[in-house]
Write a protein that binds this ligand. Structure first.
Ligand code: IMP
Ligand code: MG
Length: 180
């Protein structure tokens, strides 16, 4: 699949992403204004650039932790069964937590992770996803904050990969295959 030639068409510019993050961080900060410190949890690996930009824009005390769930593997199809490959280092009981994801697609991944973390009794647990593909949803789940709603396109860049490639693209692009 990854061998098929493709080009990447720009969908969201780096500038638009930065502007959106600024606005989102104001809302997040207001929402967590009662907290001394929040635990920002990134879902590996797709959220690594988003979380880096997000925490630098968040003018408050943060701890950063990561969790990794199985997802696409090297394919373009989501797997409905979510497994935890790497768990948090910190306990979150009684703490204020924000989970950061790259994309909500079918919804299985973030829905599962939020359920798992919620069972650990955090004081507050919210989620943010840079991108949302609402037309693809298979479970009833919505992140508390969304950067951008996008159509049903396969996207790459800004941390997001296609078979482990294109994560280092500074903007979000969509994959277009150039031959059948
Ligand atoms: P879910 O279908 O909501 O469980 O999403 C599973 C995971 O698939 C997300 O965390 C993303 O990492 C990945 N994913 C979904 N859509 C895309 C895409 O367009 N490009 C690359 N990865 C994607
Ligand atoms: Mg992911």
């Amino acid at each position: 699949m990854a061998e098929r030639p493709y080009v990447i068409d720009r969908l969201i510019s780096a500038k638009s992403i930065a502007a959106r993050i600024e606005a989102l961080c104001l809302e997040i900060r207001a929402e967590y204004s009662g907290a001394d410190k929040i635990v920002v949890v990134g879902l590996l690996r797709g959220s690594f650039i988003f979380i880096a930009d997000l925490v630098r824009e968040l003018d408050m005390a943060v701890e950063v932790d990561f969790i990794e769930a199985s997802s696409y593997g090297d394919a373009m199809e989501s797997s409905r069964e979510v497994r935890i490959l790497k768990d948090l280092r910190s306990g979150i009981e009684g703490r204020d937590v924000l989970v950061v994801e790259d994309i909500v697609d079918t919804g299985h991944t973030l829905n599962h992770v939020m359920g798992l973390l919620n069972a650990r009794a955090p004081r507050k647990l919210m989620s943010i996803a840079l991108l949302d593909k609402p037309t693809r949803r298979e479970v009833d789940f919505r992140a508390d904050w969304i950067g951008f709603e996008i159509p049903d396109e396969f996207v790459v860049g800004y941390g997001i990969d296609f078979a482990q490639r294109n994560r280092n693209l500074p903007h979000i692009g969509k994959v277009r295959f150039t031959e059948e």
